[in-house]
Ligand binder design. Sequence first.
Ligand code: SIN
Length: 493
Amino acid sequence: MTVLRASAERLAASTAALETLPGFANHEPSADEFAVLDPSTEQRIATLPSYSAEYAVEQVAIADEAGRAWAATTPRYRSDVLHSVYAHLMANRDRLAFVISREMGKTLAEAQGEVQYASDYVRWYADELLRPAGGYRENPAGGSTILTKRAPVGLALLIAPWNFPMAMITRKIAPALAAGCGSVIKPAGLTPLTTLLTVELMAEAGVPRELMRIVTTTNPGPFSEAVLGDPRVRKISFTGSTEVGSTLMGLAAKNIVKSSMELGGNAPVLVFDDADLERAVEGVFLAKMRNGGQSCVAANRIFVQDGIADAFAEALAEKMASVQLGDAVSEGADLGPVIDRRAVDRLTALVADATDRGAELRAGGAAPDEPGYFFEATLLDRVPGDSDIANTEIFGPVAAMSRFGSEDEAIALANGTPFGLAGYVFTESLDRALNVADRLETGLVGINNGVPSNVAAPFGGMKQSGLGREGSHEGLEEYQEIRFYNIARRDTA
Ligand code: SIN
């Protein structure tokens, strides 16, 4: 398949968005710098500093002091600032989308969707913080009254992934600011420019710069050790792999740092015979192809019941085959590149292993021999359970389908993994949908819905997919401590 290339106008418009950012006057990186590449072209688009652990600890001091002052502001004040941030992000929607597309590779339409999704977290918390949770209880034995209230947890370390470079930042920083916390932010080395622009826009809209200290670095180990070793840091929120999450939890344990971990997924999709075929194909396509399949909640193992499987595979194959590859900012692309060369090589190896073991290639399957990290939208059917692709997080535009007979078999297949972030059920029976959803060991379930994430929903996983929740009021509690005052009462009669 040929890859659509961006017009000169689109390239110029997207480059104009990059030009305003630090690092754009780019040069060959020195020993303490690193390059940011455009995955559509493999060209360097910025050169940024890789900061030392000492620099990171200096940022801890700045953000901690600013956080204490911020915690003393009123909820109304913080809400007004966050509403201004929302308006300013929206006013810069195109600029943000261009930067996301150029450094991460998602299409411009998807990047615009991400700007809205990311900004919605800011708006949600601007409203939510006006209703602080608190309670009143009576001592069952009498003699005292108990008040509960929430206090900011303190300085937060926020470590974000590259796949949603704006939304994963705002989903952390908005509740941190709403609760009254400062933060030290480590963006992903592959996509730091979106974070730099988002935080710059937040500062222009009124958030003190000292509250949001960004540290770009290619040495995450020493960085995390130094920052989590500093007793001023009271919270970590990390999105990334289970392996790194587990290491960070080990470091956080030293100072008993409150931890939220949004880790790996291996989402099962169950399509039952009684599903509406069109609705199921559309939903599974979205669950697989959103963000080019590079999402922790992406449909990873697609199990389809025997009676509908042939028709489903044919319809999904047709849809996958019609996906047009192109530069992320090109006009007309349905799918941009994946993040880097390693991802292309990994997907190539997964497809080869599956077909060697007997899977049927129904669409795509190849990486075009052109500049850029492209991989075709791919459908594999009858994927054997022992193939690598059935046992790993695919993180790319490759759909791996297999078949099942009974509901019990489907549940056993779905839950047969140490991960438990997202699951999906497609059926027109309400009873079946709810019964199956109840039995899935996942933090979230899309029912006839390929995109279950929502700012009002508590996003997070079970088992090795993580701890804690992001978004919704539960996401605010992650940046708060619950306290109580027990007020003794004497009888005055
Ligand atoms: C993720 O891939 O980590 C986040 C996806 C989402 O928010 O839907």
